[in-house]
Design a protein around this ligand. Sequence first.
Ligand code: CU
Length: 203
Amino acid sequence: MQAIRATVVGAALLVSTAIGAQGSGGVTPKKHVNASRPATHAPKPATVAAAPAAPSSDVTVNEFMSYDAAAKTVKLKLNAAHGSNNGGMNFNGGFSGNATITVPVGWSVSWLFTNEDAIPHSAIVLPNKMPFPAQPQDPAIPRAYTADVGGGLSTGKTDATTFKASPAGDYVIACGVPGHAPSGMWIRFTVSADAKVPAYATK
Ligand SMILES: [Cu+2]
């Protein structure tokens, strides 16, 4: 008796499933799924290409810098508000010029900016000329700046950029949020005609 009932119920299910698949109701859910995907995934592809494959040939200078002398590439981490130095107005803890990043002229610099602070920050390479502009907008080296230089990137946001260190000269890496560079949120950035390899000096 039990076995027969189960068979009957199973058959009823089969029939109703077949009917459902044939009706228009069986087709529409798929269309919904397909339609929603392109919109959510479309905007992102440009930012992915940053990390090269072979870190084994890199020389580590410190926790923020490594380089590949053969490829003439240097990787830099720029962490805004890394620790509480200068009330958080620092890059990797450095502020008011007390750290100097040196890169041989012509090398390729890839920096990864991360904002560790509760308030927005940014980074931009400027000429080493005081006073710094209240609202810097044009980098001294093409592409040497983060997204949203004036407004800053909010807590936890990252931004990667790659640029050629040229021409040789004395620059600074400063925060572009109004008032931050004059408050000491800058470190030195030297593009050197003499240096053979990159260096990262702190006082
Ligand atoms: Cu800032």
